[in-house]
Ligand binder design. Structure first.
Ligand SMILES: [Ca+2]
Ligand SMILES: [Ca+2]
Length: 318
């Protein structure tokens, strides 16, 4: 049998061990890389690019966790936005700038010590909601012929950003309404939503212009009431590249897309996300992109509402 003092000593030792364990628990090193209290934080920087190409100052980027804004920053003269001391976790980013549709990036899993730099955030889509109603030009677009104005069309809110659109009108039998993008492009993704206004009287054509050199040299991808057609005008001579039957009606919204990527020899064309045809890019090596609306009837008027015009530039635009 142990003497009493030995029992007390053993009891004191056991207590000591328990106390030490508890203290050790409280001061456990926060070395789990997903522990928000890990003293090692994450770093994330982005480059905001206008049209997916030009470094853009003055854009606001939010860092969000579970939809709540944790931090915000404004892009500097090099388009850079930086977030330091981020607790480990899962985050989203949202970039906004006047004239452009907001862009969401994420989710990004950022563990302790994560260091991500120069993640591109591309602002490419013009919804026309920041434009002044009635104005003749819009940010990034230059009217060349016909009548252009910021108008309202709040029908079909699921099909486009409401209420504002950029409307092109053509009254003459000859010629077209044309508004071109300020930037010349060799490689690009160009996508527009359009709806032929129900006020349109007579035969119409609506779509996009690409590889525009001058009024006698360009290519067009257009819808008409019963076709989709791609053709080029070369020294004033019209050459039809592809055409197929497809019904389109005034009042409905359509999405028209042309893209040209560096490592492909052709344009991809699509309407409403169904690929239509590839067109070999052999006629012009560069040029302007634009929006076009045409009337072909005496006394007629074609009015076309364009919206959510997306232009992404670069050798491999997203
Ligand atoms: Ca809009
Ligand atoms: Ca015309």
């Amino acid at each position: 049998m142990l003497p009493n003092y030995r029992i007390r000593k053993l009891g004191a030792c056991a207590l000591c061990v328990i106390m030490l364990s508890i203290t050790a628990c409280l001061d456990a090193p926060r070395d789990n890389i997903w522990d928000p209290d890990n003293p090692d934080k994450a770093y994330f920087s982005l480059i905001v690019r206008e049209l997916g190409y030009y470094e853009m100052p003055g854009a606001v980027v939010d860092l969000l966790r579970d939809g709540v804004i944790i931090k915000s920053d404004t892009s500097d003269e090099n388009g850079v936005v930086a977030f330091a001391d981020i607790d480990p976790g899962i985050y989203d980013f949202r970039g906004e700038a006047t004239y452009y549709a907001a862009v969401d990036l994420g989710p990004e899993s950022l563990c302790a010590g994560a260091y991500v730099v120069d993640q591109p955030l591309d602002l490419c889509t013009l919804p026309f909601e920041d434009e002044v109603l009635g104005m003749g030009s819009a940010h990034g677009l230059v009217p060349m012929s016909g009548t252009w104005s910021i108008a309202q069309d709040d029908r079909c809110p699921d099909a486009h950003s409401t209420p504002q659109v950029y409307q092109g009108m053509d009254h003459d039998t000859g010629g077209s309404a044309l508004s071109y993008c300020e930037t010349e492009a060799q490689y690009f993704v160009f996508e527009v939503k359009l709806s032929v206004d129900t006020s349109t009287m007579g035969d119409w054509e609506a779509g996009v212009v690409f590889r525009y050199q001058d009024e006698s040299n360009y290519c067009k991808l257009v819808i008409t009431p019963d076709t989709v057609t791609c053709y080029c005008l070369i020294n004033g001579q019209k050459t039809e590249l592809r055409a197929m039957a497809r019904e389109s009606v005034a009042g409905a919204w359509y999405t028209i897309r042309v893209e040209r990527r560096q490592y492909e020899a052709f344009f991809r064309t699509a309407i409403d996300n169904s690929v239509f045809f590839g067109i070999y890019d052999t006629v012009f090596s560069g040029g302007l992109l634009g929006l076009t609306a045409s009337n072909y009837d005496n006394g007629g008027t074609a009015a076309v509402n364009f919206d959510d015009v997306t232009l992404c530039l670069g050798s491999n635009p997203r």
